[in-house]
Design a protein around this ligand. Structure first.
Ligand code: NAD
Length: 498
């Protein structure tokens, strides 16, 4: 059976004794195994990072940028191969896998311009003969711990920024789809990055704890579910590290009475069900304002949902594929039952969906609930599946309060033709990323990504200037060069030979 190994110092590293199964979401069953590392594996990666990082940091930034340019070209060259590898382990359709890779690639493109963003500030003559300037320096060795749902994009959010500014970076990807991260490490090497600068260690909680406690690791970037994010944040900070930890989400889409409902339905079917709802920026809650809006929206949504095609990840006509594992399928279907038990009106039921020829695959049909209320556990918690819950609001203020008061604050969207309503909403909503007639408002790579409340612990966001800030420290230099001429005339003393 295929085995996924660590990628340490430019090659497959260290044999293992513990393994995790990598499932085949399209067909069920085990397709490969990934090795689960321990402290000794991490120590080997740290030693390789320590040996390689000083020379990498000392290299001029244009040369590091050239590696990023070459890496970008290699990802483009291998796009199809990477997308198929990703879909086979994650289950998302090929178009979504390409999107996953593309959004990571855009962060690599941002990193090609790093010589510009690393420039410090300078003040000439801050006092008599005194100049002050600042420079951004790398932290040394950083680590990233990533979730299963974007196995290309999220490692690149962290790894491209961390390495381009001169750090060595150790990635601990999700054990559910670990092959693409290894392939990215190979491509970094091929692009000219020295061995030891981008490494991959695989593992579970044991490896995560080893990273959080390792004295040579200065910073940890985490993306995953909120309870683990909170744990990682607390333990990493207690160990004296810089930590950013992005968590779960429950994003709302507010539909004002004047919204273009055909556009909303089109956006919702993609944002709620695309990638089987396994996106932290999915829209699993829709909030129509007014019962009339709710009825009109529901009438258009039902046929659109029923027309969605669920298929295997290589089916080019499928809107979405299976969820990642049998356990996750059971969890999502459990939430559907909870919502029924809590009094939600089940309008479209996706449970029990079987795809002909792939009966053992982890498929769930699209599911729609109406009359979901804020006291329901199924509303409060993240479901992370192809389930859309409709929560009706009587007016704008009630709609604004829903995402603002929710425990998560990752993304939110408002659909309206009214600029004033949109402007008020964007200014007042208590959520980190806002879309105005944009269902999935993931900021482009030269802005930054990050949610609020239980969706993000720590001060800095991912990528863009926030990412540069996270992965560097600022040194401030104050220099004084008094007049050195003996008679104080400012005449320069030219040293003479002999
Ligand atoms: P997860 O929290 O189960 O796993 C994330 C990482 O933590 C993995 O590398 C995993 O190996 C590790 N981990 C798991 N259990 C651990 C434990 N007990 N102790 C230490 N480490 C542990 O998340 P997931 O299921 O892989 O990903 C889905 C979650 O990620 C969802 O909640 C989703 O909303 C969230 N997510 C958030 C963002 C964001 O930017 N806010 C982006 C993508 C995904």
């Amino acid at each position: 059976m295929r085995q996924v190994d660590h990628f340490i110092h430019g090659g497959a590293g260290a044999a293992g004794t513990r393994f995790a199964d990598i499932m085949d979401p399209n067909n069920g069953g085990v397709q490969a195994q990934v090795v689960l590392g321990d402290q000794s594996v991490l120590d080997a990666a740290v030693a390789a990072a320590q040996a390689a990082q000083p020379a990498w940091a000392a290299m001029n930034p244009q040369r590091r940028a050239r590696v990023m340019f070459d890496f970008k070209a290699l990802i483009e060259k291998h796009m199809d191969e990477l997308a198929h590898m990703l879909s086979a382990e994650h289950g998302k359709v090929i178009a979504d896998s390409k999107g996953d890779i593309q959004r990571g690639l855009e962060v690599v493109e941002f990193c090609c311009g790093l010589p510009h963003v690393l420039k410090g500030e300078y003040t000439h003559g801050a006092g008599p003969g005194i100049d002050v300037w600042s420079m951004r320096q790398p932290l040394g060795i950083g680590a990233g711990i990533t979730p299963f749902n974007f196995p290309a994009m999220i490692p690149l959010w962290m790894g491209a920024v961390a390495t381009s500014v001169g750090n060595a970076f150790i990635l601990k990807p999700s054990e559910r789809d670990p092959s693409v991260p290894n392939r990215l490490a190979e491509l970094f090497l091929e692009a000219g990055m020295p061995a030891g600068i981008f490494q991959v260690v695989h593992g579970d909680k044991e490896m995560v704890d080893a990273i959080l406690d390792h004295p040579a690791i200065s910073a940890v970037s985490f993306v995953g579910s909120s309870d683990i994010a909170h744990y990682v944040y607390n333990r990493g900070v207690a160990a004296g590290k810089r930590v950013q930890a992005m968590g779960g989400a429950k994003n709302h889409g507010i539909v004002m009475p004047d919204a273009d409902l055909d556009q909303v339905v089109n956006d919702l079917t993609g944002a709620a069900f695309g990638s089987a709802g396994e996106r932290c920026m999915a829209l699993p809650v829709v909030v129509p304002v007014g019962d009339d809006t709710a009825e009109r929206l529901k009438a258009k949504l039902i046929p659109a949902i029923e027309a969605l095609r669920v298929g295997i990840s290589t089916d080019a006509d499928a809107h979405y594929g299976p969820v990642v594992t049998a356990q996750h399928k059971a969890k999502v279907e459990g939430w559907i039952q909870t919502c029924v038990d809590e009094g939600g009106e089940l309008v479209v039921d996706g449970r029990g969906f079987k795809l002909q020829g792939h009966e053992e695959g982890y498929f769930i049909g699209p599911t729609l609930f109406d009359h979901v209320t804020t006291d329901m556990e199924s509303y409060k918690e993240e479901i992370f599946g192809p389930v859309l819950q409709m929560v009706r609001a009587a007016n704008f203020e009630e709609a604004l309060a829903l995402p603002s008061k929710h425990q998560y604050g990752n993304g939110v969207a408002i659909f309206t033709r009214n600029g004033h309503a949109a402007r008020e909403f964007a200014a007042r909503v208590n959520v980190g990323m806002v879309g105005i007639n944009v269902p999935i408002p993931v900021p482009v790579a030269y802005h930054s990504f990050g949610g609020w409340k239980r969706s993000g612990f720590g001060d800095t966001d991912q990528y863009g200037m926030e990412g540069i800030k996270f992965w560097t420290k600022v040194k401030k230099i104050t220099a004084r060069w008094p007049d050195g001429s003996p008679d104080g005339t400012n005449a320069f003393i030219i040293p003479t030979m002999g």
